[in-house]
Design a protein around this ligand. Structure first.
Ligand code: AVJ
Length: 323
């Protein structure tokens, strides 16, 4: 099988346009979805391997130790389904689930969706070697566009995975709108499994996004480099500093780049952006939730929370929702 991808090869134009909108705004912002070029994917792998980044082990603990319970919940609503994963990445966590589903002889097609083309082509290349029995169809593109494609390709019941705390990259209001939109493309008996990072010791959260080695710092700075590379920008990386913050009340963990001087940055032929000394650029939110807030989110977007799977330290939850 080959990858299904978006025909609108306007990705670069969109990157330029969205970047300029963000940098001409006051206050300035960038889109965290653009972190993941090839270098960004690589740095994010390093983040996931960091001592401070507890999220990886937490969700891995759930997927590897409660696999059969998860499979039970998924298959309780009927055999034969499509397993659609939003933002599949390298699927190192979902592979446990896929293995167990295959071992138990469930009938399903795995549709990994990712905006990164090279993530999807890697999956299509590697998974047949790891799991020869797996029926896989990679979808490269926007979540909702590809979700609609998957719905057109098969009329089986849908189980949608949205793990890795990817939902955290939206603020609470955006997350609700996203869940409502998901609810509208799903039907009765479909299922949504969402990974949430839970509110916990504030220092522990902050450290995960402000590591000693500076890996998160280079993750953020890589976006400036990507703009230099792909959009002909002239950002001087040494003129920007990474700043991370966590607010235990709202649960918002945010990262910024701070301009260290008054400076002008050119982007292509079209734009010159002024930065003032100490001006911030908002880069990313990683929203943390309490269990009550997760319950509220499910309800207010039209889902029913069926059950929660926690890691042994209760840092993280994979929450199972139905309609
Ligand atoms: C991929 C969105 C889950 O917010 O924890 C990690 C991205 N950014 N360190 C997260 C990220 C900085 C990550 N997610």
């Amino acid at each position: 099988m080959s990858i299904i991808t978006t025909e609108t090869a306007t990705n670069k134009t969109q990157f330029l346009e969205e970047t300029l909108i963000g940098l001409k705004s006051d206050p300035k912002f960038m889109h965290s979805k653009y972190f993941y070029d090839e270098t960004g994917d690589y740095i994010f792998q390093q983040i996931m391997n960091m001592e401070e980044y507890y999220l990886t082990n937490a969700e891995m603990d759930i997927l590897s130790n409660q696999t059969s319970e998860l499979v039970q919940v998924i298959s309780a609503h009927g055999d034969a389904f499509d397993l659609i994963e939003l933002g599949a990445g390298d699927a190192t966590k979902s592979i446990h689930l896929l293995k167990e589903l295959i071992d138990q002889k469930h009938k399903f097609t795995y549709f990994p969706i990712d905006i990164s083309e090279h993530v999807i082509s890697d999956l299509e290349e590697n998974f047949p070697l790891k799991l020869p029995e797996l029926d896989l169809q990679g979808l490269n593109g926007d979540y909702f566009e590809m979700l609609k494609r998957a719905t057109e390709l098969s009329d089986r019941r849908k189980v949608v995975l949205f793990m890795g705390a990817n939902i955290g990259n939206m603020n609470v209001e955006e997350a609700r709108n996203f869940c409502i939109e998901l609810k509208n493309v799903l039907s009765e008996n479909d299922m949504l499994i969402v990974g949430f990072d839970l509110k916990k010791n504030p220092q522990q959260i902050l450290s995960a996004y402000d590591d000693q080695e500076g890996i998160t710092r280079s993750f953020n700075l890589n976006l400036l480099q990507r703009i230099n590379r792909e959009l002909d920008g002239d950002f001087k990386l040494e003129n920007f500093e990474h700043y991370a913050s966590y607010d235990p009340e709202s649960g918002a963990c945010k990262s910024y780049l701070i301009s260290l001087k008054n400076q002008q940055v050119k982007i292509g032929e079209r734009a010159v952006i002024n930065f003032e000394e100490n001006e911030y650029v908002f880069m990313e939110i990683s929203q943390k939730y309490s269990l009550r807030e997760i319950d509220q989110l499910a309800k207010s977007s039209g889902f029913k929370l069926l059950t929660n799977f926690f890691d042994d330290k209760r840092h993280f939850v994979d929450s199972v929702w139905t309609i």
